[in-house]
Design a protein around this ligand. Structure first.
Ligand code: PMP
Ligand code: GLU
Length: 395
């Protein structure tokens, strides 16, 4: 707490994913051998066609402010992508390009929430949903799901969490941190509840749509009766490995898109122009061109699940997408390892960092205090070495 700073920022938590990544970086700089499995960041390089498009954009003298909500050509590419991959039809006035999906989500919270509005968060949920909501005056309401149900909520649990103050629901499928993928039937069952409460806006975060090992990706907005109340969030960080390029986008009901455009016009003036030009080319390529990344993630999932199964007290399910495992490690609570007593997932993650030199993220940050998140967006050698060290540290 610093009284010189605003209440807003004093009350806000630091992003646990970014904090752990910073800590791991700091320890590495001190010469410690740290394997980073904390950040959800593909370790592949950017496809050549994306690099070429960015270089060409610079040569073509793209340098000025773009339209606040994105270049017309980029919106066109996004509209084509939504149609091609998600069976969604949007007009240009329904699309807003932002500085990462994170900004898309922050815009949505700012334009939709009033003080005291409740935000339904199927838990575990992505780390920033809660603080982005709090910052906009919203109140996060967790709907807990455990490893026994593959971390997916039931329609009954959703309905039980709804109150007259419920304004928004945010979820990701494939899910960060659990890797769970909602099937068409499961999403339809949630939609059947939501249609009874027309004031609730659904934010469907589909940034991992292509990193799906079970097949079908289903967009909530593709259900006709949900289209007018759903915002589809996506971006190029995960599918094209373009994390640092900071491009995300939404397809939304027009009044919401307009509001996001207005918000962004006062806050950033729009996303980086070179990254936008490169995104046009990225989206024009068929998702099959990045299948090699998905295949590699699938292999690594098999590898890490196999290695984790050899470690006593670590309970995993089989994640169906994204590049995370979210094991339940509550077996270790109350146990003393190398003179240190583990009271929480936070203690457990710190123990792994300091004793095994492996960076992970505590599940508390994702709304599940029994788990930790391990990102397997790392080389097979790093995964093998990391799991060997974890096994030794927990022996
Ligand atoms: N949603 C989820 C579920 C994520 O994991 C991330 C992490 N990058 C984001 C949104 C934000 O992505 P971006 O890099 O586009 O801001
Ligand atoms: N989304 C990634 C993660 O969950 C990147 C970090 C972040 O944006 O917070 O690790």
């Amino acid at each position: 707490m610093n009284p010189k700073l605003s209440r807003r920022v004093n009350e806000m938590s630091t992003s646990a994913t970014l904090a752990m990544a910073a800590k791991a970086r700091e320890l590495k700089e001190q010469g410690k051998n740290i394997i980073g499995l904390s950040l959800g960041e593909p370790d592949f390089t950017i496809p050549e066609f994306v690099k070429d498009a960015a270089i060409q954009a610079i040569k073509d003298n793209y340098h000025a402010y773009s339209p606040v909500d994105g270049y017309a050509e980029l919106k066109k590419a996004i509209i084509t992508k939504f149609k091609r991959d998600n069976h969604l039809t949007y007009k240009p006035s329904q699309i807003v390009v932002s500085t990462g999906a994170k900004q898309s989500l922050a815009n949505l919270a700012q334009v939709l929430l009033n003080d005291g509005d409740e935000v339904l968060l199927p838990a575990p949920y992505w780390v920033s949903y809660a603080d982005i909501s709090l910052l906009a005056g919203g109140i996060p309401v967790e709907i807990p799901a455990t490893i026994e149900t593959d971390f997916k909520i039931t329609p009954e649990a959703l309905e039980a969490a709804i109150t007259p103050k419920s304004k928004m629901m945010i979820y990701s499928s494939p899910c960060n941190p659990s890797g769970s993928v909602y099937s068409r039937e499961e999403l339809r069952a949630l939609a059947d509840i939501l249609v009874k409460y027309p004031d609730i806006i659904v934010i469907s975060d589909e940034i991992y749509e292509h990193i799906n090992f079970v097949g079908e990706h289903v967009s909530m907005a593709a259900f006709e009766d949900m289209y007018d109340r759903t915002v589809t969030v996506n971006g190029v960080s995960k599918a094209y490995s373009m994390t640092g390029w900071r491009i995300g986008y939404i397809g939304a009901p027009e009044y919401i898109a307009k509001a996001c455009n207005k918000m962004q016009g006062q806050v950033t003036s729009g996303a980086n122009c070179i990254a936008q030009r490169a995104t046009i080319v990225a989206l024009e390529h068929s998702p099959t061109e990045i299948q090699y990344m998905v295949d590699a993630f699938k292999e690594r999932r098999k590898l890490i699940l196999g290695l984790l199964s050899e470690i006593p007290g670590i309970k995993t399910n089989e994640p169906e997408g994204a590049f995370y495992v979210f094991p339940d490690i509550s077996y270790y609570f109350g146990k003393t390892l190398k003179g240190r007593t583990i009271h929480s997932a936070e203690d457990f993650a710190m123990y792994l960092l300091e004793v095994a030199g492996v960076a992970t993220v505590t599940g508390e940050a994702f709304g599940d205090p029994n788990c930790i998140r391990i990102s397997y967006a790392a080389s097979e050698d790093d995964i093998r070495e990391a799991m060997k060290r974890v096994k030794e540290a927990l022996a």
